[in-house]
Design a protein around this ligand. Structure first.
Ligand SMILES: NC(=O)c1ccc[n+]([C@@H]2O[C@H](COP(=O)([O-])OP(=O)(O)OC[C@H]3O[C@@H](n4cnc5c(N)ncnc54)[C@H](O)[C@@H]3O)[C@@H](O)[C@H]2O)c1
Length: 309
């Protein structure tokens, strides 16, 4: 069993991951500073079960400024989920993206090096590739947003620490994650909310942008597979198996909820990916990982969670 540090543990993915690691018998330190990207009470709800769980310790700390050494005491494996996520705000809040995604990652890697951890598993994103994403891990990296650019810089820091100091690492590039606790700024959350409450929602562009949406338990499983495998020194695409357009996603949610969406047409958003489908061959071959959830089951679970809020 390992002693794990999960950064961003109060967030969407980090909270699910910390719960899964505890369920597997590991001990977990969860670290988060509650950035104001979305409200603290939402993150406190994500944390509620964890705070009471045996084997879990929570540290409220900012990776950019606080002393990280105490949080690394006895840590074997780090799962670095903390970041400023989402691309829209990265055009207007660049400082926060630069510091939370680049500076925080450098400080985390420095602390991991000092503590001689066994493995750093770093959460990256399909946004490192750019506008059209449908290839394997070796396709060109041309981020189309400041968010993608800061996450690409963070990945490069991971490679720097691997190559210069031998820090044992794995990078997981997530593709559009959804499921219970999804961030309230994300498209599927906003869509379900609009359909449930019959409020208008802007559909940007023609609605034919496509995603290989990834259910949150599949992302958690990818992290477990990385832990089981051990350091790879490589990057892996982690994405759902089937390509679904935004118009098809809307139709599915309308059917699950039993109400139509009140659509308002809007322009294409700057920096938005047109098509994103992960080629996950490498993750299947090396990590023995493949996505399991189908979109309808996943959307049903998220609708149920949002109904209960
Ligand atoms: N959700 C997705 O679809 C998606 C897709 C691709 C990649 N990712 C990546 O997955 C990771 C988790 O994303 P999420 O959707 O769970 O986001 P989230 O915003 O729900 O969680 C991130 C957490 O990190 C914390 N945090 C940010 N900066 C910090 C700092 N300086 N110090 C301490 N804590 C800090 C925030 O308070 C937040 O609770 C991120 O690295 C993100 O880039 C997410």
């Amino acid at each position: 069993m390992s002693h794990c540090l999960v950064t961003g543990a109060a967030g969407f993915i980090g909270s699910h991951l910390a719960e899964a690691l505890l369920a597997d018998g590991h001990t977990v330190v969860g670290l988060d500073c509650f950035t104001d990207y979305y409200p603290r009470p939402v993150k406190e709800r994500n944390l509620a079960g964890l705070r009471a769980a045996p084997g879990f310790t929570f540290v409220e700390a900012d990776l950019r400024t606080d002393d990280l050494a105490p949080s690394f005491d006895g840590v074997d494996v780090v799962f670095h989920q903390a970041a400023m996520a989402g691309l829209l705000k990265s055009w207007t809040h660049f400082d926060a993206y630069m510091t939370c995604n680049i500076q925080a990652t450098q400080r985390l890697l420095e602390a991991a090096r000092a503590a001689s951890v066994r493995h750093v598993v770093h959460a990256s994103t399909s946004s490192v590739y750019g506008r059209d994403v449908s290839g394997d891990e070796d396709q060109p990296m041309c981020p189309a947003s400041p968010y993608g650019l800061t996450k690409l810089a963070a990945e490069h820091l991971v490679w720097n620490y691997r190559d210069t100091f031998g820090v044992p690492v794995t990078v997981l590039r997530y593709f559009s994650i959804y499921g219970p606790r999804q961030r309230p700024d994300m498209g599927i959350y906003l869509l379900i909310d609009a359909v449930l409450h019959a409020t208008p929602m802007t559909v940007f562009g023609d609605g034919e942008q496509t995603r290989g949406n990834t259910y949150v338990s599949d992302v958690v499983q990818a992290n477990r597979c990385a832990l089981a495998h051990g350091p790879t020194g490589a990057a892996f695409n982690i994405g759902g198996g089937s390509l679904v357009s935004w118009n098809e996603t809307i139709a599915l949610v309308e059917r699950i909820v039993g109400k139509p969406l009140n659509r308002v047409p809007g322009p294409t958003r700057p920096g938005e990916q047109r098509h994103a489908l992960a080629d996950t061959t490498r993750a299947r071959q090396v990590l023995n990982w493949q996505p399991q959830a189908d979109i309808e089951t996943g959307l049903r679970a998220q609708v149920e969670w949002q109904r209960g809020r």
